[in-house]
Ligand binder design. Sequence first.
Ligand code: TRP
Length: 371
Amino acid sequence: MKITPYQVEGSIDYEKICSEFGIKQITPELKEKIKQMTNADSHFLRRGIFFAQRDLKWCLEEYEKGNKFFLYTGCGPSGPIHLGHLGTWRFAKWLQDVFDVEMWFQFTDDEKFLFKNLEYDQVQHWLRENMLDVIALGFDPKKTHFLINTAHASIIYPEAIKVAKKITTSTVKGAFGFTDSNNIGSIFYTAMQTTPVFLPNVLRNENRPCLVPLGIDQDPHFRISRDVVEKLGFHKPAIIHAKMMTPLTGPEGKMSSSDAQKAILTTDDPATVKKKINKYAFSGGQDTLEKHRELGGNPDIDTAYQWLRYFEEDDAVLEDLAAKYRCGELLSGELKQKVIDAINSFLAKHQEARKEAESKLQEFIFHPGKL
Ligand code: TRP
């Protein structure tokens, strides 16, 4: 098992990661607190898709005292958006709604240029495409600010150098697995990803908490910079971690847009979704119909079932499918059809909203007049 922002390999042991990274699982009490504070409930929390945290309790207590947090997350524009990205961002949008808070959304075009085999112009293309997907999820433009690392360099860079000065090359190498042959931009980059944790406070002369919803592979950036943020006079960020959505082809690794077989893209049409799932989705069912009826399937390793946990919000429906699958009443192909329908109905709405997004772009991109 390997997990850094730049590599996710093998089947992920989340308990082990929590102890390695020094993070805590979200307790039932903490879930209950969120429910009480917001009068709302999210299947992402209920089902442990978002499962771990740093300083979340503190962040909620500050909120109760009237010191509202802002949200911060991001997107690295290196290719098309897939369902794995969407899980994290849909939950982030839910948090924005139920807590009525601001979202700062960072687009790391610098990062993807430095780390991927892509030309600058290609990254700019994906930047624009990816922004449309984020807008399509329904974030509130008045409360959502897009920060683009190259375009907003004059705002971000003066703060990023303050972060960079307090992080050594050896710390970066250890956290991200870099060697002496990494380019020098990649060493600096993590400072750019930390800066939005406190940048809104600099711009407004405030000191509000920051809550970062992220896929757990991104945790190393903040693990090495939490103390730095504090030394600069701001609160350490609170973090809420998601598990990685399993790739189409089975429970190992993570979904990636550079491997189209492993992912469903937001721009896939209904026939493509159907074809990919029917052809590639890893099945927890038995090899033959006879054996399946006799022994039943295993939803825990079945991609179709695992993905339904993201899209079917009704617990009773989901549990019923699991039970029928386990006892062999429901077949693998039937389960696949359920997830195909669920994803296609989600994507139909998403693609509609994405068309409208173009005209809203300027409302989302940060400029000082927005504050
Ligand atoms: N590095 C992230 C990626 O590759 C993008 C990102 C920037 C991010 N800032 C973030 C992700 C904050 C989570 C939280 O996709």
